[in-house]
Design a protein around this ligand. Structure first.
Ligand SMILES: [Zn+2]
Length: 65
């Protein structure tokens, strides 16, 4: 039996640091205090940004939306 494309992938939520404007993603469901990996600040907002432009921190470049 072969499962080719239908992999279960964790969903990422995009965030934006309001302090340094750094964009990053965190796995959905992560029960962590939000912190900017760049400046360490905690003024984090959700990022309503086009996914295509967020290729900054791509630990998983295989998007399948
Ligand atoms: Zn920051």
């Amino acid at each position: 039996m072969q499962t080719s494309k239908q992999k279960i992938m964790p969903e990422y939520v995009k965030y934006l640091c309001r302090r340094c404007k750094y964009r990053f993603r965190i796995k959905q469901g992560t029960k962590m205090a939000l912190r900017c990996p760049n400046c360490g600040g905690n003024d984090i907002g959700k990022d309503e940004f086009d996914i295509n432009k967020v290729i900054n921190e791509s630990e998983n470049p295989m998007y399948d939306f």
